[in-house]
Design a protein around this ligand. Structure first.
Ligand SMILES: [Fe+2]
Ligand SMILES: [Fe+2]
Length: 470
């Protein structure tokens, strides 16, 4: 490993002055690169891709756009600049100076949060590694690789926290982040959404729309943290994450738009014969990824969420901007739960319902995107709509686990659910059909038949730009 490691790793964490961190990173970096070669995008590693690289944290010049080969991407460590007067913004320690080291009694829990967040980053790269071979356009191929290298950088961000603030067990956790594998039965990734196959582009767009969007809300809640290094790390990650969500939201939107357009032009034809993805298949993909993503927020009633908020470690979404009362100590929250096989309302202390509060913010954001997608269906003169299923539908974590619900959220029997499964969730035949459309289109300016071109290119470039040099 070269002597000037810290010069090759763009950072604003004084890497050159921190010998212990250098040693830890020097050990970890070759393993990271091995992982990238083994589990990163399959193929294309020697191709030049028009990528943005984070080079600073200045709002107006943080990113540099240029052609680069992915293995040469300069993964770096960036935290939003510190505010010397920062105070804990919520909970029992409201108004105290922020923590510069991990509060002892929360060490294990905080490490778990960072490991769980960190685990999602390489997992998504693994899930997406085959997609390059079937890209619908060079523009989309470039976006896929942009998401991939930045998820790699987000792993770095979490590894930095583990190595810098958690000693030997943090370093061990950093190693294990490179050892688990998405979907591997013996050493799976921690969260279930990150073990699901993501092997076609509709899956990719739904994943970046719904699953990455969970990341946005988790990062936003941690960006409020009183543990300042975590807050500043997450604040900068959110800057990059916005593009991933854009890729997902506009990706699904472009698929919907194309299908609607073809349906309008050929009112009597079968959408499949037109080579597009039927809206009912898109709906089932939405149901699948939305429900798995809701699970990522955790149980509806959670003493962990209460402890974390009380300690000032994990806040609400936009805690400072959207709330005036920051203790959340004397309020209650009304939840729907299952009791004796029926839906009941239950009032719980607000602090115990903060997972559900965050999930509610997430759902609002998803509804906003639904409205936009439905607009393109309406604009094509079609009388149909896509929808979000009930928050109770197809859940595997929390209050509704073990009970069956229809997409409206009515409790039903397991048999009734199974009888309608293929109506609500992607079937093998759906997946086979979507896969049958996935043929690479790699000529600049060309695009696959099943998706509409984007409204604009990247960084002011036109859609026809050669985003990847093949
Ligand atoms: Fe990420
Ligand atoms: Fe992301």
């Amino acid at each position: 490993m070269s002597m000037n490691l810290y010069e090759r790793i763009p950072n604003n964490v004084n890497l050159s002055g921190d010998k212990r961190l250098q040693r830890a990173l020097e050990k970890w970096l070759p393993n990271y690169l091995d992982w990238w070669r083994e589990m990163g995008p399959d193929g294309f590693q020697d191709k030049e891709v028009y990528l943005r690289t984070a080079i600073s944290v200045e709002a107006d010049g943080w990113a540099n756009f240029d052609y680069i080969k992915m293995p040469d991407y300069r993964w770096g460590i960036f935290l939003k600049p510190a505010d010397p007067n920062a105070k804990v913004g919520f909970g029992d320690n409201l108004g105290m100076p922020v923590y510069q080291e991990v509060p002892g009694e929360f060490r294990n829990a905080l490490r778990r949060i960072i490991v769980t967040q960190g685990d999602t980053e390489p997992a998504s790269v693994e899930q997406q590694r085959e997609l390059g071979k079937t890209c619908p356009s060079l523009y989309d191929l470039r976006n896929l690789f942009q998401v991939n290298v930045e998820e790699g950088r987000h792993l770095w961000a979490m590894v930095y926290l583990l190595q810098r603030y958690f000693g030997q067990d943090g370093r061990d956790e950093a190693d294990e982040l490179l050892q688990r594998r998405s979907g591997n039965p013996d050493k799976p990734r921690i969260l279930e959404a990150f073990n699901q196959p993501c092997d076609d582009w509709l899956n990719f767009f739904c994943f970046t729309m719904f699953t990455d969007r969970d990341g946005k809300f988790q990062l936003a809640a941690l960006a409020e943290s009183g543990f300042e290094p975590l807050a500043r790390t997450c604040q900068f990650m959110l800057t990059e994450e916005a593009h991933h969500l854009f890729v997902g939201e506009t990706g699904v939107g472009r698929v919907v738009k194309r299908t609607a357009q073809l349906m309008k032009e050929n009112p009597h034809a079968d959408v499949r014969e037109l080579g597009a993805i039927p809206l009912d298949i898109i709906q089932r993909y939405i149901n699948f990824w939305f429900s798995y993503s809701l699970d990522l927020f955790g149980g509806e009633i959670s003493s962990n969420s209460a402890d974390f908020f009380a300690a000032g470690l994990k806040g609400r979404y936009k805690e400072q901007d959207n709330y005036t009362e920051h203790t959340a100590a004397n309020e209650n929250f009304m939840l729907t739960v299952v009791e004796d096989g029926r839906l009941k309302q239950r009032e719980v202390p607000l602090r115990n319902a903060l997972n559900e509060v965050l999930r509610g913010e997430y759902v609002k954001d998803c509804e906003r995107a639904m409205t936009r997608w439905n607009k393109s269906i309406r604009d094509a003169g079609l009388d149909t709509e896509l929808y979000l299923p009930s928050m109770r539908f197809h859940r595997h974590v929390g209050e509704f686990t073990g009970h069956a619900f229809d997409v409206q959220g009515n409790i039903i029997t397991t048999e009734a659910f199974e009888a309608r499964r293929a109506e609500w969730l992607p079937s093998f035949a759906d997946r086979e059909y979507v896969r049958s459309l996935m043929h690479p289109v790699t000529e600049p300016g060309k695009i696959a038949n099943w998706i509409a071109p984007p409204a604009a290119g990247i960084k002011g470039k036109p859609f026809e730009f050669e985003y990847v040099r093949l």
